[in-house]
Design a protein around this ligand. Structure first.
Ligand SMILES: [Zn+2]
Length: 394
């Protein structure tokens, strides 16, 4: 049993100062602003004095490709998934969806099987996989390899959903490249837990609105690899802004989009916007690696070694290829550079994504009954300690 005392707690809804949190059996038992009576604390309990530091819900990252050394496309194995989890958990991301970049059906299925193994061990840490592609519009493929971006071959969708379909939590696709029959097959065969997300798409405003109305509740990395907002054709971006319910992820790394665009999107979308890291390798970044047909290089921040912008990955086409950060870096950038409140940034990194994958009743908040995924941050938002399911991670 752990008692966290003298904490500035963000519950996911409000701030509590001088608060204490009692954790037992991997769950939060009680959150209180009443003084702890030391004589009431059982002998076997540890008291952790936070000295006023922030205690916030563990972050939930719905799109990232790798840990500090391995990424899923290169090594679609349970060991790689565990490594990815451990790398990000050290940095405060206690729930994540390992993400596979457009690749062969065989690699996708290996990755799904690997995530299924780790999900069984750690259901709240790795609740599933995000398949990013390969059914994309080649015009908006971004850093995905043209050799893999495709429309489904005969029988491919049936094969994709034949085994481990329940592990797919998000499937990003461009609806305009699919036939009505293929769209129907996906809707009919996907598991109820699978959310479709519109991305790497050149859909018009009308096509995107129709897709959101017919069973696609999400959009992937707002602004990037989607038809932009124009006066006579509002595009996918305009459809996301205009639709009443669709929710969109954004990569707030300071490179994929100007941080003013993050602020504008938050103002327009409120809790419909959430953060993803899009991380390929993070902490430390890898100098270079092969991704599909391309070699990707790490470039440090051109303005010097700013802590807030830890550099970027660029492939030999000159395109951005994933990010080099973890979700807490996005939170810090949103607060320090985009001018968002810490409350909004933390909700976008934890509370909202937990709700999106239907785990908002156990993850993304510090409340009684929730999984004890907790992050201690100092006043500069540096991670000082992390607990997942009540166990120390960092
Ligand atoms: Zn992408």
């Amino acid at each position: 049993m752990n008692y966290f005392v003298n904490a500035t707690v963000f519950t996911g809804v409000e701030w509590l100062t001088g608060a204490s949190v009692r954790v037992d059996n991997s769950r939060i038992q009680e959150v209180s602003t009443a003084n702890i009576v030391l004589s009431d604390v059982p002998d076997n309990a540890s008291i952790i004095d936070l000295n006023g530091d922030y205690l916030v819900p563990g972050m939930v990252d719905l799109q990232l490709y790798g840990g500090s050394e391995i990424f899923l496309n290169e090594q679609p194995t349970p060991e790689a998934v565990r490594h990815i989890y451990n790398s990000h958990a050290r940095n405060g991301t206690t729930t994540l969806l390992p993400t596979i970049h457009s690749t062969s059906l065989d690699i996708m299925q290996q990755a799904m099987a690997a995530v299924q193994v780790v999900r069984n061990e750690n259901p709240f840490g790795v609740p599933g996989i995000h398949l990013e592609g390969p059914y994309f519009n080649p015009i908006k493929r971004g850093a995905h390899s043209p050799a893999f971006v495709r429309t489904p071959a005969e029988g491919e969708l049936e094969a994709l959903f034949s085994t481990n379909a329940d592990v797919i939590r998000i499937l990003t696709l461009a609806p305009e490249v699919l036939t009505p029959e293929q769209r129907q097959t996906i809707q009919a065969r996907k598991h109820a837990n699978t959310l479709l997300s519109l991305g790497h798409s050149n859909a018009t405003y009308r096509q995107a609105m129709d897709a959101f109305e017919s069973g696609i509740p999400l959009a992937t990395h707002l602004y990037n690899a989607m038809r932009g907002f124009e006066s006579r054709e509002p595009g996918v971006v305009g459809a996301v802004f205009d639709h009443p319910n669709v929710r969109a992820s954004i990569i707030a790394d300071g490179y994929h989009c100007d941080l003013a665009t993050t602020r504008i999107a938050r103002r327009l979308l409120g809790d419909r916007l959430f953060l993803i890291s899009d991380a390929l390798f993070a902490n430390p970044p890898r100098p270079s690696f092969t991704l599909g047909q391309f070699v990707v290089h790490f470039e440090p921040d051109i303005n010097g070694s700013s802590q807030s912008r830890p550099g970027r990955y660029v492939n030999d086409e000159g395109k951005l290829a994933g990010s080099a950060i973890t979700l807490i870096d996005c939170v810090r950038l949103c607060v320090e550079r985009a001018g968002l409140s810490l409350t909004d940034a933390l909700r976008m990194a934890s509370t909202v994504p937990a709700e999106i994958i239907n785990l908002g009743h156990v993850l993304g908040k510090i409340q009684s009954g929730y999984v004890a995924n907790l992050v201690r941050l100092d006043q500069r938002l540096a991670v000082k300690a992390v607990w997942s399911s009540g166990e120390t991670r960092a």
